[in-house]
Design a protein around this ligand. Structure first.
Ligand SMILES: Cc1cc2nc3c(=O)[nH]c(=O)nc-3n(C[C@H](O)[C@H](O)[C@H](O)COP(=O)(O)O)c2cc1C
Length: 449
C-alpha cells in the first residue's frame, strides 16, 4: 500500500514531513491504494451541477499566516465526532487541516474538565486547530488569550453557524451575524487577543433564512477585523441540513473578499471537492458528513488535488477546459478493510477515553461504516452496542471480509439531513441589526452542540 500523495500541513517550511510526522501509519491496511478503487463507480459525487463556472486557475496551498495547508482540504469541526481519535484516523489517510470539536469560550476560561479534555491534540498534529464558540467579546478574548498563553492550539476557528434552536433562540450561533456590530466586535476581539500568534478564521452559514442573508457582510467584517480566512457552509440556518448547499453563494463570497474563502457543503466525494473549487474559485474545501464512516475520503482528496495540480501545471494558458480534467475514482475498500478501519477507530478512541467509554463513543460510527453493506440487522445491532475491544473483534470477525464496497452509496449523502425549520430568534432580533448588546444566556453551557 502506498501513502496518499497529499502534502502535509506544516509551518511554512516548504518541506514535506516524513510518514510519522504526518501521523500516517506505516501499517497494513491504509490508505487504500488505487487498486482498491472500482473503475465502474466512475468519479462519484453528487454535488450541485454546473453553475456559473469560475475556473480555479490553481489549487494553491491555503495559507493561514505561517501555516500552509496543502492540499487545501479541511476536516469540518463536528461536535461529538472530530476528536483526537477521528482526526488522527483522517490524518493517516491524507493531509490538510483537521479541526477539533467546537468548544465554548466560557467553558474554556472556566476550565471545565470535559472541555479541557476535548482540547487534546496528538503528538505531531500540526497545526493544532481548535474551534471556539462565543457571544461575548470579552469572554472570547479571554479564551483566545488562554489558547495563546498556554499554547493550547496553533489555529482558532470561530463558529457562527450553529442552527440549533436552543442557541439561536438566545441570539447565538447562526443568528449572531445578523447583529453585525456585535459580530464584528467578537471577531475583532478574537483577532486582537491572538496577537498574530495564531491565525483566526471564521465559519458561518449564509444567514438566518433567504430573506435575512448575512454572509457577504459578515465576510467583509471578518476580513476587516483581520481573520486569515472565512469558511462558508452554503446553507441558511433555516435550511439546517436539508436541500442542497448553494455553491453560488461560495462564488459570490469569493468575489467579494480578498482573503481566502473555504467552501463547505455537500462534498461527498473527491470529485465534488474538485468541482466546488472549479465552480466557485474557492481557496479550499471543508468536508463534514462525507467522511463519516469513510476517513479514507481524505486519501481520495489528496489524490484528486495532486492530479488537479499536476494537470494544471502541465497545461499552458489560463487553465484546462473542464473536459480535459481526469476522472476521480473513489476508493472502494472491501468489508474486511473497512472492518480494519473500524477496529483502529475504536482503538484510538479507547486510548483517549479508556476502553469502555471509547467503545461506547464508537457505537455512533457503526452505521456509517456499514452503510450499504449487506450485514444482518442482528450483527449491526450488536456492533452498535459494543462495550469492549475484544467484543468488537469477535463481532468484526463475523463479517465476510471479501464483500465488495457497495457501489450504490458512492456519492450519496450521509449523516444529518434534517428538514428545514423556521429559526427561533429572540424577540425583536430581526428589527435591530445594529444593536450590539450581548445576548443573554446564549453561550452554550458546555462544549459541543
Ligand atoms: C454531527 C455534526 C456536528 C457538527 N458540529 C459542528 C460544530 O461543532 N461546529 C461547526 O462549525 N459546525 C458543525 N457542524 C457542521 C459541519 O461543520 C459542516 O458545516 C456541515 O456538516 C456541512 O458540511 P458537509 O455538507 O460537508 O457535512 C456539524 C455537523 C454535523 C453533521
Amino acid at each position: 500500500m502506498r501513502g496518499a500523495p497529499g502534502r502535509t500541513t506544516a509551518p511554512d517550511s516548504g518541506r514535506r514531513r516524513g510518514p510519522d510526522a504526518g501521523g500516517r501509519r506505516g501499517g497494513t491496511v491504509w490508505p487504500f491504494a488505487a487498486r482498491d478503487r472500482d473503475p465502474a463507480a466512475g468519479g462519484g459525487g453528487t454535488g450541485p451541477g454546473p453553475g456559473p463556472m469560475c475556473h480555479a486557475r490553481s489549487v494553491a496551498p491555503l495559507r493561514l499566516n505561517r501555516y500552509v495547508v496543502a492540499p487545501p482540504v479541511v476536516l469540518a469541526p463536528m461536535a461529538g465526532i472530530t476528536n483526537i481519535a477521528f482526526r488522527r484516523l483522517c490524518r493517516e489517510q491524507g493531509a490538510g487541516l483537521f479541526v477539533c470539536e467546537m468548544i465554548t469560550s466560557r467553558a474554556l476560561v472556566e476550565r471545565n474538565p470535559k472541555t479541557l479534555r476535548m482540547v487534546t491534540f496528538a503528538e505531531g498534529e500540526r497545526p493544532r486547530s481548535l474551534q471556539l464558540y462565543g457571544v461575548d467579546p470579552d469572554t472570547v478574548a479571554r479564551a483566545v488569550r488562554m489558547v495563546v498563553e498556554e499554547d493550547l492550539a496553533d489555529h482558532i476557528d470561530m463558529n457562527f453557524g450553529c442552527p440549533v434552536p436552543k442557541v439561536t433562540r438566545k441570539g447565538g450561533g447562526a443568528a449572531l451575524p445578523w447583529r453585525r456590530r456585535l459580530f464584528a466586535r467578537i471577531v475583532a476581539a478574537a483577532v486582537r487577543a491572538a496577537e498574530g500568534a495564531v491565525p483566526v478564521t471564521i465559519k458561518m452559514r449564509k444567514g438566518i433564512d433567504d430573506d435575512h442573508l448575512t454572509y457577504v457582510d459578515a465576510g467583509l467584517a471578518a476580513q476587516e477585523a483581520g481573520v486569515a480566512a472565512v469558511a462558508l457552509h452554503a446553507r441558511t440556518a433555516a435550511q439546517r441540513y436539508s436541500g442542497r448547499a448553494d455553491w453560488e453563494a461560495i462564488a459570490t463570497l469569493k468575489q467579494a473578499l480578498d482573503i481566502p474563502v473555504l467552501g463547505n457543503g455537500d462534498i461527498w466525494e473527491a470529485a465534488d471537492a474538485v468541482r466546488m473549487v472549479r465552480q466557485t474559485g474557492c481557496d479550499g474545501v471543508v468536508i463534514g458528513r462525507g467522511c463519516l464512516g469513510r476517513p479514507w475520503l481524505f486519501a481520495d482528496l489528496a489524490d484528486a488535488f495532486a492530479t488537479l495540480d499536476a494537470g494544471q501545471q502541465a497545461a499552458p494558458g489560463p487553465g484546462r477546459p473542464p473536459e480535459a480534467l481526469p476522472e476521480y475514482r473513489p476508493r472502494m475498500p472491501t468489508l474486511g478493510e473497512v472492518a480494519a478501519v473500524m477496529r483502529r477507530h475504536a482503538q484510538l478512541l479507547s486510548e483517549w477515553l479508556g476502553e469502555r467509554e471509547g467503545c461506547t463513543d464508537f457505537r455512533k460510527h457503526v452505521a456509517w461504516y456499514l452503510k450499504g453493506f449487506p450485514v444482518g440487522s442482528q450483527l449491526r445491532r450488536s456492533l452498535a452496542m459494543v462495550s469492549s475491544l475484544s467484543e468488537l473483534d469477535d463481532l468484526l470477525g463475523k463479517l465476510d471480509p471479501t464483500v465488495p464496497f457497495p457501489r450504490a452509496v458512492v456519492g450519496e449523502p450521509r449523516g444529518r439531513t434534517s428538514a428545514p425549520a423556521p429559526v427561533h430568534l429572540p424577540e425583536g432580533w430581526l428589527a435591530s441589526r445594529d444593536d450590539d448588546e450581548i445576548p443573554y444566556d446564549a453561550e452554550l453551557d458546555d462544549s459541543g452542540g
